[in-house]
Design a protein around this ligand. Sequence first.
Ligand SMILES: *[C@@H]1O[C@H](CO)[C@@H](O)[C@H](O)[C@H]1NC(C)=O
Ligand SMILES: *[C@@H]1O[C@H](CO)[C@@H](O)[C@H](O)[C@H]1NC(C)=O
Ligand SMILES: *[C@@H]1O[C@H](CO)[C@@H](O)[C@H](O)[C@H]1NC(C)=O
Ligand SMILES: *[C@@H]1O[C@H](CO)[C@@H](O)[C@H](O)[C@H]1NC(C)=O
Length: 785
Amino acid sequence: MAPLPSFPLTLSFLFFLFFTLSSSSSTPLKKTFIIQIHKQSKPSIFPTHQHWYQSSLSSISNATTPTSIIHTYDTVFHGFSAKLSPLEAQKLQTLPHVIALIPEQVRHTHTTRSPQFLGLRTADRTGLLHETDFGSDLVIGVIDTGIWPERQSFNDHDLGPVPAKWKGQCVAGKDFPASSCNRKLIGARYFSGGYEATNGKMNETNEYRSPRDSDGHGTHTASIAAGRYVSPASTLGYAKGVAAGMAPKARLAVYKVCWNGGCYDSDILAAFDAAVADGVDVASLSVGGVVVPYHLDIIAIGAFAASNAGVFVSASAGNGGPGGLTVTNVAPWVTTVGAGTIDRDFPADVKLGNGLTIPGVSIYGGPGLTPGRMYPIVYAGVEEFGNGRGSDGYSASLCLEGSLDPKFVKGKIVVCDRGINSRAAKGEEVRKKGGVGMILANGVFDGEGLVADCHVLPASAVGANGGDEIRRYIGNSRPESPATATIVFKGTRLGVGPAPVVASFSARGPNPVSPEILKPDVIAPGLNILAAWPDRVGPSGVPSDGRRTEFNILSGTSMACPHVSGLAALLKAAHPDWSPAAIRSALMTTAYTVDNRGHPMLDESTGNVSSVFDYGAGHVHPEKAMNPGLVYDISGSDYVNFLCNSNYTTKSIQVITRKGADCSGAKRAGHSANLNYPSLSAVFPQYGKHRMSTHFIRTVTNVGDTNSVYKVSIKPPRGMVVTVKPETLSFRRVGQKLNFLVRVQTRAVKLPPGGSSVKSGYIVWSDGKHTVTSPLVVTMQQPLD
Ligand SMILES: *[C@@H]1O[C@H](CO)[C@@H](O)[C@H](O)[C@H]1NC(C)=O
Ligand SMILES: *[C@@H]1O[C@H](CO)[C@@H](O)[C@H](O)[C@H]1NC(C)=O
Ligand SMILES: *[C@@H]1O[C@H](CO)[C@@H](O)[C@H](O)[C@H]1NC(C)=O
Ligand SMILES: *[C@@H]1O[C@H](CO)[C@@H](O)[C@H](O)[C@H]1NC(C)=O
């Protein structure tokens, strides 16, 4: 065997490799860029912008490998996307009418009882649903994996004609005739150019080149936002009842952008472009990626123009929790939605041979284990690698496809570590190798958060503490008395408390791009949500799963986002003149932060009290949001001032707004925390100062009653002095705006270098009838040196 090269040699060898790769001109690595163009500069000799763009491309690209346009954009953005070599990109950048080249990012999807849990009243004749006719005139655009149009959730019984303003289309494609649309599903398009530019031609045995959903995620999210009433609904007998989306009569338009392997920015921007031109009222995006500054973030760019056109954009916060700074889709013109639990769960207890019972959850509907019988139990991590801890990355990769030995698992219940993904696929591996059951045990990084899956064999998910108990029991067992266990499935349990609890996976603040904007904005139900499911995929999502269900139960901020999308449609139906910012304000200032026991909302990952970085303003309360009293409105120019005050260059701002920006006025007007946001967030770097203070200027618009008088009450963050001036706001008429100023003063606290201290409170305006609550969070940071 050849000796391993010494470390320095390896390094220089690697360096050499990189050097030759990047300097090689014969194999230029092409990448997709989204190119912004000065729309007005089009020379008149070109009949269309498309001709002009193509000619610009030809002028810089190599005739032997012609570059073609992937998409042109004309509504939320001016320009096109194309795959370019580094040299081509460089040349294009020098053309006078080219404003910016934005490198493409690949995004991923952030993978019923929820209407009742949210307090939406259906039985009586008042309330948000009835007063808005269930959102009947509104159109929700779902940018996702497509749709399975035949599901009952998308039937159009008793719906009126398609709203007259609608300009969208039902684009036909593979297994999706144009007749797939109806008065419920009024639009369907698909965008695959960006995906195929990177991955080559789509493999049509695996997916549909059409709006039809081969994944399930888009069907699920669309029906959460606007599914019709379907009864009885359940998954494998679990969660039986009436299934309904938030706005059961709102119309749906789907924009398929996610394919096997991801959702590409160039396609996402094309979807935004089409959705706004088609006339959607709400855009729902349960997709996210790496957080970058707004002028490099295609979702932020598309959402800015959409929002300026009056389209409410809600997006999932991401599933990167419970760690801090994990929240995504953080632009202040996007409503960022985290996930909470609902008061329903699916208990499946693990009973151990030593008499202990470990609580778990599961959705398993097949033949169970023999009642009363105990089965031998083994830990996949211990036997093969002699490592009993199970929370490190190595053993967490166990139970992946092909990893288990039938001799080891046959006839046994197998304990697998949860790891980051493919929970149901681990069960499939156990089943294939002859195991009779599986326990999916969290490690320390997973904490106590549990997600119920539609397993392909009897299986239960348990938390880190329970998992350690089980691993210890197995580790201490002896050959003469082998470890045994069974799983007892208890079906669906309702009225569970405490709820809501912030879901363990829900991504958390602070906001990594703009710390002075608190994100997420709100949380909504995102754990174990029942919604429609395509016929092409089994409920576990495992390819070999032959079961078919009309509904499936999924978890993620992906499921929370469309709840807010549907609610936004209802609010817009109730208040057609409200801007997207006013709708968000109504949702935020009426949100709650206590659970169904009346205690502060907890964090599923720790069992401790959660914070504003976990839930933002709190959990949405739709009936209250219909009548918030006051709203914090924001205009397009307010956002421009915010960008100016956040030190974005005028060129970067132009990429987002498509207009030249003049920041001179904004700079004088103050700082970025003065954006008229419904929450207040201040960051104090403690550069040797003893006292620090800041202020926020806010403007509220009366959307309640004439002649109403609001008084402020303040709960300052601990140890701080907060004053509000004036303390009373007297409105004579509806639509009237009044300003106030919030001043926060504090002393420096002792912190280690690089340390920070976060304290929160709130301010509340009330006229005795409405309460308008804004969280106030102050972060003190000790510089590293
Ligand atoms: C075109 O390709 C040739 C060889 O393939 C290369 O030498 C040349 O630099 C390329 N030009 C551009 C603009 O990429
Ligand atoms: C397409 O996918 C199928 C099923 O996964 C596979 O058998 C086939 O080889 C793939 N075709 C191509 C061209 O990759
Ligand atoms: C939960 O709260 C307790 C008491 O404040 C604290 O000691 C503990 O560290 C917290 N746990 C976590 C995981 O944050
Ligand atoms: C913008 O730059 C100014 C001057 O350097 C600085 O004081 C301010 O804190 C910066 N603002 C933000 C939001 O980064």
